[in-house]
Design a protein. Structure first.
Lengths: 296, 576
């Protein structure tokens, strides 16, 4: 084949252009750390990258929901502790009041203390977390109890649900009906305290003793409700650690698909750079001489 | 007996031939870098000899009379020219496609932290946040704001695609004009070529110029050339556009309205489209830059159509081809209601009916408009309460799956702080069909429905009920019916994420193909051009060695002149 200067020239321009394209591609991979920067880099890989990113975003949101649910449950658990302490104090007072040696005026003094406990219990029943009444089911913006009607109302029983990615949503709230008892229950915490107060005021010893039995019955119901909260906390704990496992796994998968193998890319870059330098040097030498340079 | 001066004349013909050859070398060297130039060579031949017949002659045979320049011809291969022009059309086509797809890739901007899929994830995450804090105003505002961001991202993407389409259409018009200019330039050159050929000369440089113009034109469209009986004809897309010096057809856009232009067609000299005899449709240019641009317009349109379908389906379920009936039907997506679902009867005390179709966890189906007391639902534990005014409310237990028409259809099933749920997405231009161009969020945060359950007897939501918000966030994992990116008339099932993935995946495959084709065509063109250069290119070394050769020949001829001169002087001095 006959070769002319023009052919050498255009061949060299093409080759150098190809080298630059390769350098640019490798440089982009190094700069971003990703081997997939546009859909054309890997049409299949790009779908996987998007899929993994979307999974990570949902895990992140589930984590946020789980943290928020954990907060609610911790708050509910400590509120429940308080309520149980109030019931225990009421029981101590009731036991004291049931004592044969107490006079009527002693019992009336105790009744005043029981009334304070009652008010405290109503306040506990109206506890809020993040501005939401925790014992009023889904009706979180309204207080469930008042001092006047606490024994006769039935709070909403709707579930406050959190999606923590476990398939079924997790209910975080416990209705006041389950914890303090419904208005129909004989051991409704508020009516127990009211009855105890009345019995103390009326010097009604059998009424006081009945209250002690009911306090015990309610306390065990409260205990059960609190255990239920603890179980749910465990569930969230489990969901959280599962989510962090999943996040780790998917991050690894994402990295496998998306990330450039830097050692390899940098090596390739170095070698592409060498080729480029060599081709420029050779080009500079090859293109100059013609017969004209040697004719005297 | 020869003429006394024959030797002188022979030497002069040698001088003239060497002169012509040196001039040609000079022309070649001067044009060494001229695009499209073919090297020229001088064809020399001996001039007719003087016959010296006669048996008695002392000098039998023939005596040479010198040299003549027979022709100055160019070194060119028509076969390689045709090869080059054919491949150049493909090269133009794929370069155009590649550039358009690169633009679309930049507009779609995936994978990135700001693309539609990330913005959509934020949107669904905001709904999930709202489901956990349905009474929280900031969670509501978050849903509204991420919704606005999603709508605006779709708007911007669609607008950029519209702009790209407009630019491509302008580009097509410009290239049509350029192609027509090239054809008329070729017609002009043909006139000059004819004039020179009529006097029997070879118009080398004009032929090179014509070849150069044909190379340019072949980048714009698929062309064929032929020369029959000295008449040159040029065809574009199989349609003759030039015969000798006469332009017989012109290129034109297929619509006079710039926004409707989708292809370059051929028109006759009076401007009427030339129709393909078999299909009856106008002949369109399918290759070269013109073909690439018209396919690019279709490509941009298809991405616009996917995005419109995506926006419409996400918001309202969209409308899609039913594979079995072949008709367009409204699309729905199934979503599970995680809490209880109250359905209110009307004020006249009629039994409530299901607003949408769906199914119970045990698989029992219900359809829109079906009464909740339908005997087929007797095992489903549906509670019916009657208010003091006689209005009935059915409570459907948790876990039913309902088929909703996108986010808007789902939102309308529930309640907000202000009343019955309303459409989340609306249009910015008042149109009833949501597209990527006009999708908007104009709902106020308090009107966003997060609850299925209402406060008994009112139209306002239970503040702590986030089950509707949860259902919306679960739509991210629900299967919608989408237009398939590989075929607009096909429907494909997938989550919104998967829909975006398939759009981006399709873009990736198309870009990859275009990139590969561009690389292939470049290599191929380079190869063919090398072969052409091998034949037609000027080699400085070759020219210079020719120069030395002809210079020596010239010197030798001159030497002969001076030798004959001194011989003649000798003869003349004899007479003195």
């Amino acid at each position: 084949m006959r070769i002319t200067q023009g052919m050498l020239n255009s061949q060299m321009i093409n080759d150098i252009q190809n080298n630059y394209q390769q350098l640019s591609q490798l440089q982009n991979e190094i700069a971003t750390g990703h081997q997939i920067n546009t859909p054309a880099d890997s049409p299949v890989g790009v779908g996987m990258v998007m899929q993994y990113n979307s999974q990570l975003a949902s895990y992140q949101q589930y984590q946020a929901n789980a943290t928020s649910a954990q907060g609610w449950l911790q708050n509910a658990s400590s509120v429940m502790n308080e309520a149980q302490q109030i019931m225990q104090q009421a029981r101590t007072l009731a036991v004291q009041g049931a004592n044969d040696t107490e006079t009527q005026s002693d019992r009336q003094d105790i009744a005043t203390q029981v009334q304070e406990l009652y008010q405290e219990l109503v306040t506990t029943g109206n506890s809020q977390y993040n501005g939401q009444y925790i014992f009023n089911g889904q009706d979180v913006t309204n207080a469930p109890y008042t001092n006047a009607d606490a024994a006769s109302v039935n709070p909403n029983t709707g579930g406050v649900l959190y999606d923590v990615g476990t398939g079924s949503p997790l209910q975080v709230n416990t209705s006041g009906q389950d914890f303090f008892g419904s208005s129909a229950d004989a051991d409704n915490a508020f009516s127990i305290l009211q009855n105890l107060q009345n019995a103390l005021n009326n010097n009604d010893q059998s009424g006081i003793e009945q209250a002690i039995t009911q306090i015990d019955s309610r306390s065990s119901a409260m205990e059960a409700a609190q255990t239920d909260v603890a179980t749910r906390q465990d569930r969230i704990q489990f969901a959280t650690s599962r989510l962090s496992d999943l996040t780790n796994n998917v991050t690894t998968l994402l990295s496998n698909v998306q990330d450039a193998n830097l050692a390899q890319v940098i090596t390739n870059y170095e070698s592409a750079q060498n080729v480029q330098t060599a081709s420029l040097e050779v080009g500079a030498q090859v293109l100059v001489p013609t017969l004209a340079d040697f004719l005297k | 007996m020869f003429g006394t001066f024959l030797g002188l004349q022979t030497a002069v013909s040698g001088l003239q031939a060497s002169q012509a050859a040196i001039d040609t070398v000079s022309h070649n060297v001067a044009n060494a870098d001229t695009p499209g130039y073919s090297r020229q060579t001088v064809n020399l031949s001996a001039t007719p000899a003087i016959d010296m017949p006669g048996l008695l002659s002392a000098n039998p045979g023939q005596i040479g009379t010198g040299v003549q320049v027979q022709q100055i011809s160019r070194m060119r291969s028509n076969y390689l020219d045709e090869q080059y022009q054919g491949q150049n059309s493909y090269s133009g086509y794929w370069n155009t496609q590649q550039s358009t797809l690169n633009n679309i890739t930049a507009i779609i901007n995936e994978p990135s932290d700001t693309g539609i899929s990330t913005v959509m994830q934020n949107f669904f995450s905001a709904w999930s946040s709202l489901s956990a804090n349905p009474s929280d105003l900031s969670a509501r505002t978050q849903v509204q704001q991420t919704g606005i961001t999603l709508a605006q991202t779709l708007n911007q993407t669609a607008q950029q695609l519209d702009t790209l389409k407009g630019d491509t259409q302008t580009n097509l018009q410009d290239n049509i004009t350029q192609a027509n200019t090239l054809v008329s330039q070729i017609a002009d050159i043909n006139k000059q070529i004819n004039a020179i050929q009529q006097v029997g000369d070879e118009p080398n440089d004009l032929l090179d110029q014509r070849g150069q113009l044909l190379d340019q034109l072949s980048n714009l469209a698929n062309i064929q050339t032929s020369t029959n009986g000295g008449v040159f004809t040029l065809s574009i897309a199989g349609q003759q556009v030039l015969q000798d010096t006469q332009v017989t057809a012109e290129l034109a856009p297929n619509s006079t309205t710039p926004a409707d232009v989708t292809a370059a067609i051929l028109t006759d000299t009076s401007g009427n489209p030339i129709l393909d005899p078999t299909t009856g449709n106008p002949v369109t240019v399918t290759n070269g830059v013109l073909g690439g641009l018209s396919d690019s317009i279709a490509t941009v349109d298809s991405y616009n159509s996917y995005l419109n379908d995506f926006a419409n389906t996400l918001a309202t379920g969209g409308e899609h081809m039913d594979a079995t009936t072949g008709t367009m039907v409204p699309g729905t997506a199934p979503v599970t209601i995680t809490g209880t679902w109250p359905i209110e009867g009307d004020a006249s005390g009629n039994t409530p009916t299901f607003p949408v179709s769906g199914q119970f966890p045990d698989g029992t189906q219900f359809t829109a408009g079906e009464s909740v007391t339908d005997p087929s639902l007797s095992n489903e534990n549906i509670q019916i309460a009657t208010s003091t005014t006689g209005q009935q409310t059915a409570t459907i237990p948790a876990g039913v799956t309902v088929n909703v028409s996108g986010i808007n259809g789902l939102e309308e099933l529930g309640y907000s702080q202000n009343g019955q749920g309303q459409a989340f997405f609306s249009t910015s231009d008042g149109s009833s069909t949501i597209t990527a161009d006009n999708i908007a969020v104009s709902i106020s945060p308090a009107d966003i429905a997060a609850a299925f359950n209402n406060q008994p007897g009112t139209n306002t939501a239970m503040a702590g009920d986030g089950t509707l918000a949860m259902a919306v966030s679960n739509l991210a994992n629900s299967y919608f019916s989408f237009q398939s990116p590989s075929d607009v008339n096909q429907t494909m099932q997938g989550t919104p994420d998967q829909m975006m993935q398939s759009i981006v995946g399709t873009l990736g495959v198309q870009s990859q193909t275009a990139n590969q084709q561009v690389t292939n065509q470049q290599t191929l063109l380079q190869q063919i051009d090398n072969q052409r250069q091998s034949i037609s290119g000027v080699s400085i070394d070759q020219e210079l060695s020719n120069m030395i050769q002809y210079q020596q020949a010239y010197n030798a001829s001159a030497r002969i002149v001076s030798t004959i001169n001194s011989m003649l002087q000798t003869v003349v001095s004899l007479g003195q």
